[in-house]
Design a binder for this molecule. Structure first.
Ligand SMILES: [Zn+2]
Ligand SMILES: [Zn+2]
Length: 279
């Protein structure tokens, strides 16, 4: 009987995943936001400049990094909680082209909001345009329950954080606001940040998991017993003798997995693993 791979707690995510989401947020976020400073949607009071004509503030990269990690984390934990099959429909396969197209569509929406704003299109029209794009983007690039709730949380949480920042921090301001200190159309723009970050998270996690498949046992955690050639017995003096190495099962615990577990985990984790070995 093949063993299921040792399961992490559903709240745990790999460190490279967190680092990757933070890095992409810190690098991509300010460039998306750059459309808004470039097209005079907003203005930073202490701007800093970067490569490719970037205008931002010192505090935006860490904030976008946090957003990337948070959205990616909610997608990951949500997917695990709903166990994929409970999602209607199941999450899209996050291939590289699919993920890049999803991010590009979000980038296009960001850019278009800036373009419409600088051309003095009224706030309601921009709001309706951005909402249509958010809905379209969600239907094409996500369509999952987890994606919907995470994107909704982003669309509410993001603007709330901005309102908080604008009323306490005073380091930037919007030039045309119609929803307190922010333009209302920023809400559907935030929403589409959900699927863009979510697909990146799903693709990144899948890449990490593919990498972590054991080359010896393909994560079955067992390998054929070498003592009995996986038969479970051997013949000695014309007598069939039960193999004591594998207790007659023909399988032993995968040595490579066991060594990795021994190195990376506590002795109690090894004991747990040994208890679950096949007999
Ligand atoms: Zn054996
Ligand atoms: Zn293995």
């Amino acid at each position: 009987m093949p063993l299921s791979p040792p399961q992490n707690h559903f709240l745990n995510v790999p460190t490279p995943f967190v680092a990757g989401m933070a890095a992409s947020g810190a690098l991509l976020g300010p460039y998306l936001d750059n459309y808004h400073s470039h097209y005079h949607v907003l203005q930073y009071h202490h701007p800093v400049h970067g490569p490719f004509d970037l205008t931002t503030a010192l505090w935006t990269p860490p904030l976008f990094a946090l957003a990337g990690v948070l959205i990616g984390y909610l997608y990951t934990v949500g997917d695990r909680l709903l166990n994929d099959k409970a999602q209607i429909p199941p999450p899209p396969t996050p291939t590289v082209p699919f993920t890049l197209t999803s991010i590009s569509f979000f980038t296009f929406q960001y850019w278009l909001s800036g373009i419409l704003s600088i051309n003095n299109v009224d706030g309601t029209t921009i709001f309706l345009t951005m909402s249509t794009m958010a809905l379209l983007g969600f239907l094409v690039f996500d369509r999952t329950i987890v994606g919907f709730w995470t994107s909704l949380a982003t669309a509410i949480g993001g603007p709330l954080i901005e309102i908080g920042l604008l009323s306490t921090f005073h380091d930037y301001h919007y030039l045309n606001s119609d929803f307190g200190p922010i333009p209302g159309w920023i809400i559907p723009v935030y929403f589409l940040g959900g699927p863009a970050n979510g697909n990146l998270a799903r693709a990144g996690l899948k890449a990490l998991q593919d990498k972590s498949i054991c080359p010896t046992c393909q994560n079955s955690r067992v390998q054929p017993c070498v003592n009995c050639d996986a038969l479970g017995y051997y013949i000695s003096y014309n007598q069939k003798i039960n193999c004591t190495c594998c207790n007659g099962s023909g399988q032993t615990v995968c040595r490579l997995c066991f060594r990795t577990l021994e190195i990376e985990n506590s002795p109690s984790a090894v004991r747990e693993f040994m208890k679950s070995r096949p007999d």
